[in-house]
Write a protein that binds this ligand. Structure first.
Ligand SMILES: [Zn+2]
Length: 188
């Protein structure tokens, strides 16, 4: 495993890359776990509000089944701050993901017909075997997939809703009355 501070696009992400050998993980039934600042996941936080100092906790567990097939279970727990699409207030959105990846040996295995014959519940996303699996890229992908497109509070606070409502009313008034705006302009 090699770690270094990655610099992309001139921005120091301060995220040390972590590489894992998928064969080693699955053959030895190895477990890898870590804690990484949410704000260091540049693709995840793009378009999100300023992130506080919270960490994403993640775990990879490799194993082989009775048929000698290789798998990696991935789980991530994080709470990135998002904007509620109902009241426009920002809040920490709790994400708990777990997926099972099936390690395959060749590119052609990624699209094998056998995957079409199984139900989505049984389907395990294929992952190409590599000695340099970028663990944090994988974790970031998991988080991005788990984050809803339009996150909302379970129930918005009435204060926040009122604020959003009044903003909304302001817009609607303008939309509804172009003539009153026009007449006001004419008076000048
Ligand atoms: Zn809300």
């Amino acid at each position: 495993m090699v770690g270094f501070t990655s610099i992309s696009g001139g921005i120091v992400t301060n995220k040390a890359a972590i590489y894992a050998d998928t064969l080693e993980l699955t053959r030895l039934g190895k477990k890898l776990e870590g804690s990484t600042p949410v704000k260091s996941f540049a693709r995840l936080v793009q378009g999100l509000p300023e992130q506080p100092e919270t960490n994403a906790k993640w775990m990879l567990q490799g194993f082989k089944d009775d048929l000698d097939q290789s798998f990696i279970d991935v789980s991530v727990n994080a709470a990135p701050v998002v904007v509620c699409q109902r009241c426009m207030g920002s809040f920490a959105f709790e994400l708990n993901t777990s997926s099972r990846l099936k390690v395959v040996k060749s590119e052609s295995d990624l699209n094998q017909p056998e995957y079409e014959d199984v139900s989505p519940e049984e389907w395990d996303e294929p992952l190409l075997a590599t000695s340099r699996l970028d663990v944090l890229e994988l974790i970031e992908d998991e988080l991005i997939l788990a984050l809803p497109f339009a996150p909302k509070h379970e129930s918005c606070s009435s204060e926040a809703l009122d604020k959003a409502q009044s903003l909304n009313d302001g817009l609607t008034d303008l939309d509804k009355s172009p003539f009153s705006v026009l007449s006001q302009l004419r008076k000048k």
